[in-house]
Ligand binder design. Structure first.
Ligand SMILES: Cc1cc2nc3c(=O)[nH]c(=O)nc-3n(C[C@H](O)[C@H](O)[C@H](O)COP(=O)(O)O)c2cc1C
Length: 380
């Protein structure tokens, strides 16, 4: 279990970090900086000893220090971090120095001006306004992530959309449930040990799938809502995709993100989701998730297709007409997305129409669950 570091451990870490720059430091000298720091009614006495080779950290009190610092632990950290001005610190009594204060120059100051060689991956104009810079996608990959695969309602609603897209482009449909992807273990080996490669690189199929997705100009993520989010198999895929980014942090459109290891300019995504409940609100969590994901992947979302009451509509004589309209609109949406890089508002309004539901509807549904209980008929 991770435990909170003590002030002494923090001091030691700080000295170890400074030591990295010390060999090249031009103000190397022999001497001792003694600290008398107070923290939560405890005295933290420690010192840094320097010679012409290294900085060493010790607990306790040194004989004849070159300079001493008396303050609270936090005030010292603020001074070290540059948020407390030393003159102001002395004037306000927050810091007390004794001895040769110029000796602090023995501690190297970290400068971040050096070129860290971070891969460049700036915000592109396509990412900001995909429909303005739209080029008809040649290759489309649809990742259907229902754990029920072809037998699910996800595919039922997805198929007309695919048919619409197929009129103009190549579409490959992949069922995620058929692909073996182990969950991320959080080891960061893909960033630190074998950059770009997960520990499961050779033992599962993540990379095969990731390469296919990378080659696509447009990716459709299709999935049912599970427990107010996406099914675990899809989340596993996204977690593992972290291996395809660099660990570095760069500025994005509205927040910090990672540069990509593999860039596919003008790649975009469509979110296609269905759920069992009635209200569009049920998609709010995945809507927010994909907004963040799209930003982190530098891949804009060009359309969101959400269908509530997906199970309840199927085979329901009282909404047969609406279902037919929805299926037609889904096919139209498939054509529109390829042509314009967006789905027309009118088309999406038909697809996403909500049904007002009465108490009687809920009673009917609950009756159905009661009837099916124990029937072992899972092919609903
Ligand atoms: C484990 C599980 C959790 C579900 N959670 C939700 C939920 O939170 N909200 C919702 O509206 N529907 C929920 N549903 C219903 C599914 O979204 C719905 O049955 C959908 O049609 C399943 O798609 P599929 O047939 O392609 O698997 C859940 C279904 C399962 C199996």
């Amino acid at each position: 279990m991770k435990e909170m570091l003590t002030p002494l451990q923090i001091m030691e870490n700080m000295v170890n970090k400074l030591q990295q720059s010390y060999p090249k430091h031009d103000k190397k000298a022999e001497g001792v900086i003694q600290f008398y720091l107070k923290h939560e009614n405890e005295n933290i006495n420690c010192f840094i000893q320097s010679d012409f080779e290294k900085l060493s950290f010790y607990k306790g009190v040194a004989q004849n220090p070159t300079v001493t610092v008396k303050s609270t632990f936090y005030n010292w950290l603020n001074l070290a971090g540059g948020t407390l001005n030393p003159v102001f610190g002395v004037m306000t009594g927050k810091l007390k120095f004794k001895g040769k204060t110029s000796f602090f120059e023995v501690l190297p100051k970290k400068s971040f001006t050096e070129d860290l060689n971070i891969p460049k991956d700036p915000v592109s104009r396509f990412e900001k306004k995909p429909s303005k810079y739209w080029v008809k996608p040649k290759k489309i990959v649809v990742l259907s992530a229902s754990p029920r695969g072809e037998n699910g309602y996800t595919d039922f609603y997805l198929n007309p959309f695919i048919e619409g897209m197929k009129k103009q482009s190549d579409v490959e449909l992949i069922h995620l449930k058929k692909i073996s992807i182990k969950p991320c273990t959080g080891c960061f080996s893909c960033w630190m040990v074998h950059p770009g490669e997960c520990i499961y690189h050779k033992t599962d199929d993540f990379n095969i799938l990731a390469e296919k997705m990378y080659a696509a100009d447009l990716i459709v993520y299709a999935f049912p809502i599970y427990a107010d989010g996406m099914p675990g198999i899809l989340k596993n895929y996204f977690d593992r995709s972290v291996s395809r980014a660099y660990p570095y942090m760069i500025d994005g459109i509205y927040k910090v993100r990672h540069p990509r290891r593999y860039k596919h300019e003008n790649q975009s995504m469509v979110i296609f989701s269905i759920c069992g409940f009635f209200e569009m609100k049920n998609f709010d969590p995945v809507r927010s998730y994909f907004k963040a994901l799209a930003h982190n992947r530098h891949t804009p979302v060009v359309a969101e297709i959400y269908r509530t009451t997906a199970v309840g509509m199927y085979g329901n004589p009282f909404v047969y007409k609406q279902l037919n309209e929805i299926i037609g609109a889904l096919s139209k949406a498939g054509e529109e997305i390829i042509e314009y890089g967006k789905i027309k508002r009118k088309t999406n309004k038909i697809i996403c129409q909500e049904f007002s539901r009465s108490k009687r509807d809920l009673n009917q549904i609950n009756e159905w669950w009661n009837e099916k209980k124990g029937s072992k008929d899972i092919n609903y």
